[in-house]
Design a protein around this ligand. Structure first.
Ligand code: FES
Length: 145
């Protein structure tokens, strides 16, 4: 009886949580390698081509590049392009040409909806794209972390 009780306890406290808990290898959430981001972009020059609701990719920033999303005239959001399913794959999401405001991981097919905080829209990723801070001073957009 004592032996049975020990086995039952072991299953309950050791084995079961390991089966139920998500593996840290399968989804590391918003943990991507840290890269200093400190960009200054001119609203009426660098971003003049961005209409409200549009997105723009800045390739040489962040871990895998940054996607900017313009929600309103003076409201921008900036996300790292690294897919959050397996950040160590170093795969950048790309614009889905058939769905407006959607970026997709070319490896796992996860899609992220920019107008919804870059939350996963479909596919295996469970965490949104990593977001950077944005602020506007005069006619300059600052993107930083
Ligand atoms: S990056 Fe490998 S799963 Fe999306």
């Amino acid at each position: 009886m004592k032996k049975f009780s020990f086995i039952f306890t072991a299953i309950l406290f050791l084995i079961l949580p390991a089966l139920v808990a998500p593996s840290c290898d399968s989804n590391r959430g918003n943990i991507i390698p840290y890269v200093k981001v400190d960009l200054y972009l001119l609203l009426y020059a660098d971003l003049a081509d961005m209409g409200i609701g549009s997105a723009k990719v800045i390739s040489n920033a962040g871990h895998q590049g940054i996607v900017l999303y313009r929600e309103a005239d003076l409201e921008f959001y900036a996300y790292d392009r690294t897919c959050t399913r397996f950040p160590d794959h170093d795969v950048a999401v790309v614009e889905d040409t058939s769905f407006f405001g959607v970026f997709e991981c070319p490896q796992c097919g996860s899609t992220f909806l920019l107008m919804n905080g870059a939350e996963p829209n479909s596919g295996p990723a469970r965490y949104p794209l990593v977001e950077y801070f944005t602020s506007i001073q005069g006619d300059v957009l600052h993107v930083y972390n």
